[in-house]
Design a protein around this ligand. Structure first.
Ligand code: AMP
Ligand code: MN
Ligand code: MN
Ligand code: MN
Length: 275
């Protein structure tokens, strides 16, 4: 079955409207799709309606920004209920934090000789409550500071570079508990992206399980083939369900297209095993 449980729309920092994400997924042969916008669920209704028209199974999702021991970790929530009070409040608090962070990013860029980047980033953010570094990155390309978004993230917006603003996101325990309270399954997103030692990764996964987390992304657009094996081993070791998702954001900004990834290793238990 072609399952893609991680992607983004204009409700966060994707380039396609929710219905267009679904249309592209359908065209690529996806049978089960989850839209997992950053810290926001406002695209789900449109995506679900489009999925119903096209005969795709749709799963309500979200990708929550977390700070764990000083680093940013993402936790995907699948089959969440977006009306859940604690999830709604939690996501709202993260979005409020994003607004202040965006101002600090813009101040840092201004100090480095890049003026007006907040207004520039806002032009790319269709959801005014959700300003992401991806929006700043698109503006920096427009302003001629780098050739593409990938290069922006080598020169700007990251630690020790102009446009970096440290930020405290939700705690791991809070993010997992909001997902849990809304009836969803919590999944560690793209573990291979975090700069952690093997020992720290085990501590993260152990803590995640202890908080009530259920799954781990094994096959994602953010992983190399070696990492498919590495995190399949983690899934087995920690008894975590395995997930698969492209993390598609749009043309030119993603390594994997919707539904275009290898399948999970046969012995793993997929997060969708009982759906
Ligand atoms: P934020 O959550 O505001 O910190 O923004 C993070 C987003 O920036 C990610 O979800 C990606 O969409 C984008 N991003 C981060 N690093 C890169 C990169 N190296 N290349 C392309 N996009 C990136
Ligand atoms: Mn993103
Ligand atoms: Mn992510
Ligand atoms: Mn993502």
């Amino acid at each position: 079955m072609n399952v893609d449980l991680h992607c983004h729309s204009t409700a966060s920092d994707g380039l396609l409207a929710p219905k267009d994400v679904v249309a592209r997924a359908a065209a690529n042969g996806v049978e089960v799709l989850s839209l997992t916008d950053h810290d926001d669920t406002s695209g789900l209704a449109e995506a679900r309606a489009e999925a119903e028209c096209r005969g795709l199974r749709f799963v309500d999702g979200v990708e929550i920004s977390v700070t764990w021991r000083g680093i940013t970790v993402h936790v995907v929530g699948l089959r969440v209920d977006a009306r859940s009070e604690s999830l709604r409040r939690g996501l709202e608090s993260i979005r409020e934090g994003r607004a202040g962070r965006a101002e600090r990013i813009a101040e840092s860029l201004a100090a480095a000789g890049v003026p007006d980047s907040l207004a520039g980033a806002r032009r790319y953010a269709e959801n005014p409550e959700l300003i992401s570094r991806a929006h700043f990155a698109r503006y920096l390309v427009e302003a001629g500071r780098a050739a593409d978004v990938k290069t922006v993230f080598q020169r700007f917006l990251v630690k020790d570079r102009p446009g970096y603003a440290p930020h405290e996101w939700a705690s791991l325990a809070d993010a997992v508990s909001w997902i849990d309270a809304s009836g969803g399954l919590a999944v560690v997103a793209h573990p291979g992206r975090y700069k952690l030692t093997k020992a720290e990764m085990r501590e993260l996964l152990g803590e995640f399980k202890d908080c009530g987390g259920s799954g781990i992304e094994v096959v994602t657009g953010s992983h190399s083939p070696d990492q498919y094996f590495e995190f399949a081993r983690s899934a087995r070791e920690f008894g975590l369900l395995a997930s698969r998702g492209s993390d598609y954001h749009g043309k030119g900004e993603s390594r994997a297209d919707l539904g275009k990834l290898p399948g999970l290793q046969d012995d793993l238990k997929p997060v969708w095993h009982d759906w």
